[in-house]
Structures are given as C-alpha cells and as structure tokens.
Design a protein around this ligand. Sequence first.
Ligand code: ZN
Length: 264
Amino acid sequence: MTKIFATLVISLLVSSCAFAEGLEVLTLVETQGQSDTGLLVNASDSLKAEYFPDGKMPSQILAFWVKVSDNGILFDTGLRAGNIPAELSTKGIDTENVKTILLTHLHPDHFGGLVNAEGKATFPNAEVYVSKPEYDYWVNELKNDGVISALKLYKVNQFAFGDEVVAGVRAIDTSGHTPGHVSYLAESGGKKILIAGDIMHFQIIQLPHPEVAVKYDVDPVKAVQSRKFLFDYAAWKNIPVAGMHIMIPGIISVTKSGESYVKQ
Ligand SMILES: [Zn+2]
C-alpha cells in the first residue's frame, strides 16, 4: 500500500500541487456546486454583480490528507461520511488507517464526516484534535447536539492557539469565522503549507476584496482581520495556502497588491 500511496502522491504533486512538493498533500473533494451571492456580507450589489453577473458563485467542500514527517493527518472530514472516505480509499488509505484528525473548526461541513450512516465513528482508530476555544464555544456554550454526539465517538484532544498540535504542525489563531477557528502550519522536509480551513469561502471576490465576509462568520470583522493576517503571512513567506472552500485543487499561492491578494 505504501508503494501505491507514493505513486499517487507523486502524480498528484506533478499534476496539481507542485508548489507543495516535499510535503505530501492530497486534496479530497466532497462536493462542488454553486452558492448565492446573498451569502456575502460587506459587499455592495454592484460589487457582487461585477464578479458574479448571474448571482451564482462556485463553491466546494474539500478536506486534505497531508503526510508530515511520515505521519498521515486528515485535516477536516467534510459534511458527511461519504466522498471523503471514498477519496481516501482511491489513494490507498482505509478509514481504519486514519489515526489523526485535525479540525480547523466545528461547522458541519468540517466535522460532519466523523459520523457514518450508522451513527458510528467513520474513522474508528482516530484521535481528534480541536482548539480549546472552539470546543468551549460549541460544546460548553452552545451545547450543540451535532457537535457533542460526533465528538463523543472519539478521543478528543484540545489545544491552545500557538501550540505544536502534533509533530511538525502548529496551530495559528485565525478566529473570527468561529471563535476557535485555527489554521495549521505544517512543515516537513523543509517545505511548508498552511491548511487554513475557512479563511476564505469565495476566492473570486475575497482575494481582490478581502474585506468581504460571509453570513457564516460568527464575527465578520475579526474574520476579515484573520484573513488579511494569514494571507499577509503566506505572501510574505511564500507559503501555499490550502483551504476547504478554495477552488480545486484547493491550494493557492498569493502575492499582495495594495489591499488585495493575487493568485500566483
Ligand atoms: Zn466551511
């Protein structure tokens, strides 16, 4: 299986993720579709019409499998336990072999795949990692049933912003979209990648206009600040950014131009 995995990874690196070579990064696609521009916040009608004349925005739900120092890590799980396990399986990775799941935050399109159709753990041998402020918000403050029942199926490890969560992966505070939203900086073999969750939802408008937020942002002002902080850092250090709603293959490198960002 190792050999199959390596072959697939190399082919993927060549085809779509050449800028992340050195780290083995697989993009896992759950769905692709369209969203309505009514989801946008802090965008005028004329600005929306400039980028989306028909009122529809391309959208996708992704997860990532990243090999960091020989450890395979699943970053987020998608909305349902369907396509992400299937995608992993085509890469030679069975759900039983997923040992480490790092969640960026606790919205359903990121943790929902933890639970299979029978209500059991999709990844029976995995431990789940989530930031303490995110856990506190959904479990202790909101007492969200979906989150609580999903996390009950796993050993859950909480961490603080700034912690090295597992070897080679550090959690960066990018809260705002949710109170404990993190981006992960993964480093292996001298190569780095930022796995940035929902740092951005609709890149066609949010790269040139990072001030545009979405209705799902718990704190839109802070979400905008976090987006600018992370993309400033990524542009400065020339680190690719993987995002669960970035257009396929879900990984971009950016440069800064005034207050905007430009995909390289
Ligand atoms: Zn999301």
